[in-house]
Design a protein around this ligand. Structure first.
Ligand SMILES: CC(=O)SCCNC(=O)CCNC(=O)[C@H](O)C(C)(C)COP(=O)(O)OP(=O)(O)OC[C@H]1O[C@@H](n2cnc3c(N)ncnc32)[C@H](O)[C@@H]1OP(=O)(O)O
Length: 438
């Protein structure tokens, strides 16, 4: 696909990338993200990139690349009650010598144009710094839950947990790839066991490159910890949950001080989750378990008797950008009946700006049409960034309105609040979030 015509500052030019450019990409990436690992070691590990979606910038008078970005083709990105094709923006980097000259701005314009041409109504990302992406219409759509759980922390009982058995093994794609993929998808499709009530943002590793990176265990990424392990809980020989983890151990005058860094902690029901957390919190020679990231409503928040002792923190998880507002609004489900007219502003993609009438039945299909504001006055106004924040159901329109970021236009004589109705409908029973960072 030829690159769309997006202007760059004078002296800069676009450049497509192939796997043969791996070293150039590594050199630029370590300028953008400092790393103590040698380029040889970094290049010995698999690359997650989908190369025909990776675009660089070269500059007159500079060797190598001065900037790049890429995106993952998520064909089945979970949105409330459905899935939509989504461009997962990633590997954004500008060489420090070339920063603040508009290269990121040009790359975002190229990325959004290409996403639109490919028919991807959404883009999602993890932000290296929270201040970067709001100006481009990305909204902070989901949070992580970070915990440091003391060894042996008390858990509530769940009937049936004791019937599970536990296997602990070296994690290997050949042996565990299929079961991890199956359980991960099942946990995202129906985390509460209710069909259709999915976890928005629970993105799967859809490409071969992302699968290869998931299972890669290069020493470069271990950081002094052991090789990757996996714990699997089974019921009658059937896998029902897993956690990947690495332990580290220091000997101190008071005794052993060990830590468990857990990757994904995934289970398909409450009994399996109780069995998995019980075993994970009871490993010998360890003091605490640190899961990398969990959904904010993860089952462990209800299982832990003393959640406060695990020092909960909630940094941002996914940021979402509506590339095609009408397709994105029609492509998700809503948690209540809704009929609301919304005015959207979008400085970066002006084709999105306008007034939309959204009609949906609770947990049923939705329809969206553009309307003429002269005849149908909007009940709510907001920027596409706030729509992105609310889109996965993790940020309420009411909270955004309380902060002055959504405006309600009350019609005379109107009894109910469009804001209250829309805010309820845009919510979702399960909190959004991805279990891995891309
Ligand atoms: C999805 C991901 O991949 S996240 C990874 C992002 N990459 C990194 O954090 C690596 C280190 N940083 C970088 O490579 C660069 O500084 C980038 C990519 C963040 C920014 O690239 P630049 O080419 O400097 O951005 P550009 O010149 O287009 O700036 C556009 C605007 O964003 C602002 N901006 C850019 N980066 C930041 C930042 N980190 N914090 C706050 N504001 C920022 C600029 O000030 C500018 O604002 P203005 O329009 O009001 O003048």
């Amino acid at each position: 696909m030829a690159l769309p015509q997006i202007a760059l500052p004078a002296g800069y030019r676009w450049r497509t990338l192939t796997p043969a450019d791996r070293r150039l990409v590594t050199e630029l990436d370590t300028w953008a993200f400092p790393s103590g690992t040698s380029h040889d070691d970094l290049d010995a590990a698999p690359s997650p990139l989908t190369w025909d979606r990776a675009i660089a910038i070269e500059a007159d008078g500079s060797e190598g690349l001065v900037a790049m970005h890429a995106s993952y083709p998520f064909g089945h990105f979970p949105v409330p009650g459905a899935e939509l094709p989504t461009a997962g923006l990633t590997w954004v980097g500008v060489h420090p010598q070339h920063r603040r000259r508009g290269l990121l701005t040009a790359m975002i314009d190229l990325h959004l144009t290409r996403s639109s041409e490919r028919g991807e109504p959404l883009s999602a990302l993890f932000a290296a710094e929270a201040a970067i992406y709001g100006r481009f219409g990305y909204g902070h759509a989901a949070d992580d839950l970070r915990l440091d759980i003391p060894r042996g922390a008390a858990l509530r009982d769940v009937p049936g947990a004791e019937r599970h058995t536990v296997r602990v093994e070296i994690a290997a794609r050949e042996r565990h790839g299929v079961l991890v993929d199956r359980l991960h998808r099942a946990a995202g499709a129906a985390p509460t066991g209710v069909p259709g009530i999915n976890r928005p943002g629970w993105v799967t590793r859809e490409t071969e490159e992302l699968q290869a990176v998931l299972w890669d265990d290069s020493p470069a990424h271990r950081g002094g910890r052991e090789s990757r392990r996996i714990m699997i809980v089974e019921l009658d020989g059937e896998p029902r949950g897993y956690v990947t983890f690495r332990r580290s151990l220091a000997w101190e005058p008071t005794g052993p001080r060990g830590r468990v860094d857990a990757g994904e902690v995934v289970a398909v029901d409450a009994a399996a989750a109780r069995a998995l957390w019980g075993a994970l919190l009871d490993l010998d020679l360890t003091n605490e378990v640190t899961p990398f990231t969990l959904p904010v409503d993860d089952v462990v928040t209800q299982l832990l008797v003393n959640l406060r002792a695990a020092a909960p923190r909630t940094p941002d998880n996914l940021w979402v950008r509506l590339v095609d507002v009408a397709a994105a609004l029609a492509g998700r489900r809503y948690a209540a009946d809704v009929d609301v007219t919304i005015k959207v502003t979008d400085a970066r993609l002006p084709a999105n700006a306008g007034v939309y009438r959204l009609r949906a039945e609770a947990f049923g299909p939705a329809s969206v049409e553009r309307v003429d504001p002269e005849f149908e006055a909007p009940e709510l106004s907001l920027d596409v960034r706030e729509l992105g924040a609310a889109y996965l159901g993790g940020t309420s329109l009411a909270a955004l309105a309380a902060a002055g970021l959504v405006t309600e236009h009350r019609r005379q004589g109107q009894q109910t609040s469009a804001l209250a109705r829309a805010s309820t409908a845009f919510g979702w029973p399960v909190a959004p979030g991805s279990s891995w960072v891309f």
